[in-house]
Design a protein around this ligand. Structure first.
Ligand SMILES: O=C(O)[C@H](O)COP(=O)(O)O
Length: 225
């Protein structure tokens, strides 16, 4: 099956470059709302049979236009939320960005014991994200859906795909940014493995929807962090 992992639209926290991972989290900026509409239009012809969002409201708001277009309910699924920043929460400085992204990419490289300061380790993250994706896949196979769309978060998608996609690794994930409404598309399943179809790091719908002034850490190249 095809799995579309979509990062949510821009939030006020993304503009400020905040490590913003707490629940329920912010909504979208005006640009973020336009990104969500454009993302839905871009995916109008995808054979999406089910649509999921994380427990943070920015993903649910982002998914809504896509749900309307495909006449699908947005299903909120545990396990898809952003990687918790722990004591780095709400920090905006470069050192904290590097520490956060450096920790999550070390998990993608296999160092699952490393811990986010006062936050989770890699085992906790992969356990919950893997379990959520397994539920998505089981339902898709059961209901014979060709594709499912999951609206999640920058660090979570980059880290998970950097470890689980056969043709990506932690260095690839660190080099490839995922701006708001960027999409990582995979083909496969948890048992046979995942092949990377494409990694669209820019907002789908065109660069007019990008915001180069935002300090957003998961929209940036953090190779070497
Ligand atoms: O890394 C970030 O930008 C923040 O921690 C939150 O990620 P998100 O904007 O993709 O939810």
């Amino acid at each position: 099956m095809k799995l579309l992992l979509i990062r949510h639209g821009q939030t006020p926290g993304n503009v400020l470059g905040q490590l913003d991972t707490e629940h329920p989290g912010p909504g979208l900026t005006e640009l973020g709302k336009r990104q969500a509409e454009a993302m839905a239009r871009s995916l109008a012809n995808e054979p999406i049979g089910a649509l999921y969002a994380s427990t943070l409201i920015r993903t649910q708001i982002t998914a809504a236009p896509l749900g309307r277009l495909h006449s699908l309910e947005v299903e909120v699924l545990d396990g898809l939320h952003e990687i918790e920043a722990g004591s780095l929460e709400k920090l905006t400085d470069e050192e904290s960005h590097k520490r956060y992204m450096g920790t999550v990419f070390s998990w993608a490289a296999g160092d699952l014991d490393r811990r986010m300061p006062a936050g989770p380790d890699g085992h906790t993250f992969f356990d919950r994200f893997d379990a959520a994706i397994r539920r998505v896949v089981e339902r898709a196979l059961d209901q014979r859906h060709e594709a499912a769309a999951v609206v999640s978060h920058g660090a979570a998608i980059r880290t998970w795909a950097g470890r689980r996609a056969e043709d990506a690794d932690h260095e690839f994930a660190a080099r490839h940014v995922l701006a708001n409404t960027g999409i990582v598309a995979l083909e496969g399943d948890p048992d046979r493995g995942w092949k990377l179809l494409h990694w669209d790091g820019s907002p789908v719908g065109g660069l007019a929807l990008a915001d180069p002034t935002a300090e957003d850490p998961t929209g940036q190249d953090t190779a070497g962090s």
